[in-house]
Design a protein around this ligand. Sequence first.
Ligand code: SAM
Length: 337
Amino acid sequence: TLSGFKEVREEEKSQMVGNVFSSVASNYDLMNDVMSGGLHRLWKDRLVFKLNPFPGMRHLDVAGGTGDVAFRILQSLNSVSRRAVQDVLQDNLQEETHIYVCDINPNMLNVGKKRAQERGLEDRSLRWVEGDAEALCFEDASMDGYTIAFGIRNVTHIEKVLAEAYRVRDNMTRVMPQEVMILCSNLPSCVQLYEDKIAPVVTISSYIAIHDHHIVEHAADHVCPFYSMRSMFHDPADGFQFKKVLKPGGRFLCLELSHVEAPGFKQLYDYYSFSVIPALGELVAGDRESYQYLVESIRRFPPQDMFASMIADAGFQKVEYENLVGGVVAIHSGLKF
Ligand code: SAM
């Protein structure tokens, strides 16, 4: 069936992305410099400048890979003058800073941990978390900021990632009556209208008690496709609600390779990405295919305006973007109110 086909393709995509990043992990930082001529450093600096980190913040860097963005956030915080920190502390913001680097690929995280050691950044504020951007496992309304740099392009469902960043739902969700019958046999439930029928509404606790991924994912696919219920299985002990990753007022920032439109520059950029980058991948990392895949994924990524609409559709306000180098990369941002 079509949906069967789609599932296989999606599975293939996430497997392929996994293979690509396992394969490039050890050369990843060198290749970033080679391919962008070092510009990725300035782009990440710009991202962190726009984030405007503050002491005491809780920040989540998703698809954080080898830690580049997290290191910059820490460095930016460390460079805040003592005086300013003192003021902040007096303002009762004594809570510790936490910067979480979340990535699905343990190889990338391991390279990141080593780099942190080498740079003397084994800060207790820095936490490395293996996890999926489509199904995050963080506390309710726990983050002041969320960044994702060169990561959203590689995920299977962009909408799920955006919904996870925002998490619009409250601690109840609607599911199909028949699923609820199975899920809730002897679990607490309440009732809410769903498509003119009386349908039970179950809390996450009911699902956790079931421990059956298939039933839950089936329900999720039918009723709230933008919300992956898999997240609850990451830590069944940590509560029974859908969790809102960003706090109200939290900032979402996404740095991503994007689309160049200016005539002349576009042809040059196309030549560079389709011919030069795979050749560099082969020469420097001995891996043409992975870099070919990365280039193709850039072309498939939605153009700036369309991606901005997707962010707004996820619930974010004040969505805007800034093109850098004529759109080679763009920084999209949004606020959660
Ligand atoms: N943000 C880092 C940077 O800018 O240097 C790393 C970017 S790297 C191009 C993309 C990262 O996304 C890889 O580390 C990969 O493992 C991660 N990734 C891909 N799919 C993911 C997912 N579903 N959830 C979390 N991370 C994912």
